[in-house]
Design a protein around this ligand. Structure first.
Ligand code: COI
Length: 358
C-alpha cells in the first residue's frame, strides 16, 4: 500500500532536545506520526504520515468508554556510524495481530505495519538519539473510534504510530531495582487478557504499582490470581531467576505477556549452553532458594526496560537482597549481548536485527 506524505515544513518543525542524558522515557515526541483508518465496510484506508498532532475524537468513541484499545512497543537504535536498526519488528507485528484478534479488532497487514514503522523513522531520523542506552521508542496503537455507548465491537478504528526519543525506562537506569511482591492485587486471571498488549492491563496495574512506589519500591512482582503463589511478571516486564546454574522463568501460561526480549534472553541462554527452564515458579520456592544461597541473580526483561537487574525483592515485609544488591555477572552479560546486537556492534547470529537506513 502506498503511504501518503503530508510533511511539516522545515521552518515549522519543533525544536529538538539538546541533552540526551535528560530524555527520560516517553516524554519527547517527533514531528510526525503515521495514521490509518478502518471501517467495517471499507477495510483499512488512508495510510498517511502527517504532522504529530492531537486527534479530534467524539466523546462517545468506544475506546474512551470500554477500552477497546491495543498497542505495541519496539525500539529503533542508532549505530556508531549513524545507521539505524530495528530489533525483531516482525514479532511486534505478529503480536499486534494476536492482540487485535483477542480484542475483536481488525488485523493489520504485517508488511504494511513494518513499512509504516520504517518510513516514519526515516522521515524523523534527525530525532533519533545517538548514545548507548538511548533509542526511539516506537508506539503502534489501535483504538476503537465508532461513536456508540452500547457495549459492542466497534465498526471503526484508528491505527497510529508515534515515536519518542528515549533514555532509560527506570530512573535507576541499568542499576538494580527494588521490587515489591504484591499479594492483595493481581494483574490478570486465567482466561483474561494478560497475554496480549491491551491498554486496560496497564490501567489495572497502576494501583498496585503506586502502593509499591509509596513504600519505596521501583515496581511490583505479580503473583498468579488463582493461588497467589506463582510468580508472573515484574511491573510491565518478564522475570528471570538464576538459581544455581539454571535460568528459570515462568512458563507462558496465558496470563503472562510473551515478551520479545524474554524470548531473546531464552534463545541467547540456550545458545550459550545454559540450562533454561520455563516452568511455574512459586514465590515460596524463590524464598527457599534465597535462604539456601542458590538464588544468584534476578532480572526483568522488556522492550522498554531491556534488562533490568533486581537488587531487592520484598515479600511479606522481608527483604531479600539479591547478589549483595549489585548487578550480577550473567545479568550484565545478557544486557551487553542484547544491546550489542541492537546497536549493530556485535554479530547477530539469530537474524534479529534489521538495518533500515540503506
Ligand atoms: C514495553 O516494554 O515495550 C512495554 O510495553 C512497557 C511499557 C512502557 C508499557
Amino acid at each position: 500500500m502506498k503511504i501518503e506524505y503530508h510533511l511539516v515544513p522545515e521552518e515549522k518543525r519543533k525544536p529538538r532536545y539538546t541533552d540526551e542524558s535528560e530524555l527520560g522515557f516517553g516524554k519527547i515526541f517527533t514531528d510526525h506520526m503515521f495514521t490509518m483508518k478502518f471501517h467495517r465496510d471499507r477495510g483499512w484506508y488512508e495510510p498517511k504520515i502527517g504532522p504529530y498532532q492531537s486527534f479530534e475524537l467524539d466523546p462517545a468513541c468506544i475506546c474512551l468508554h470500554y477500552a477497546q484499545m491495543i498497542f505495541e512497543g519496539l525500539k529503533a537504535y542508532c549505530g556508531r556510524n549513524g545507521e539505524i536498526y530495528l530489533f525483531r519488528p516482525w514479532d511486534n507485528a505478529k503480536r499486534m495481530n494476536k492482540s487485535a484478534e483477542r480484542m475483536c479488532m481488525p488485523r493489520l497487514d504485517e508488511e504494511l505495519f513494518l513499512q509504516a514503522v520504517k518510513e516514519l523513522i526515516l522521515v524523523d531520523r534527525e530525532w533519533i538519539p545517538k548514545g548507548r542506552g538511548t533509542s526511539f521508542y516506537i508506539r503502534p496503537t489501535m483504538i476503537a473510534t465508532e461513536k456508540a455507548l452500547g457495549v459492542h465491537v466497534s465498526t471503526e478504528y484508528l491505527f497510529f504510530i508515534i515515536l519518542s526519543a528515549v533514555g532509560a525506562y527506570y530512573a535507576e537506569g541499568f542499576n538494580p531495582t527494588k521490587i515489591y511482591v504484591i499479594e492483595e492485587y493481581t494483574r490478570t486471571a486465567p482466561g483474561g487478557i494478560g497475554d496480549i498488549k491491551a491498554a486496560g492491563n496497564y490501567a489495572a496495574s497502576l494501583y498496585a504499582s503506586s502502593l509499591a512506589a509509596k513504600k519505596g519500591y521501583t515496581q511490583v512482582l505479580w503473583l498468579d490470581a488463582v493461588h497467589r503463589r506463582f510468580v508472573e511478571e515484574v511491573g510491565t516486564s518478564n522475570i528471570f531467576f538464576i538459581v544455581g546454574d539454571e535460568l528459570i522463568t515462568p512458563s507462558l501460561s496465558g496470563t503472562i505477556l510473551p515478551g520479545i526480549t524474554r524470548d531473546s534472553v531464552i534463545t541467547l541462554a540456550k545458545y550459550w549452553n545454559m540450562k533454561v527452564v520455563e516452568r511455574p515458579i512459586a514465590i515460596d520456592e524463590v524464598v527457599a532458594y534465597y535462604k539456601n544461597g542458590s538464588l544468584k541473580e534476578v532480572f526483568a526483561s522488556g522492550t522498554a526496560a531491556v534488562i533490568s537487574p533486581v537488587g531487592v525483592l520484598c515479600y511479606k515485609n522481608e527483604e531479600m537482597i539479591i547478589n549483595g544488591g549489585k548487578t550480577g555477572a550473567l545479568t550484565q552479560k545478557f544486557y551487553d549481548e542484547l544491546v550489542g546486537i541492537q546497536y549493530g556492534e556485535t554479530p547477530d547470529p539469530f537474524g534479529w536485527r534489521v538495518r533500515i537506513d540503506n
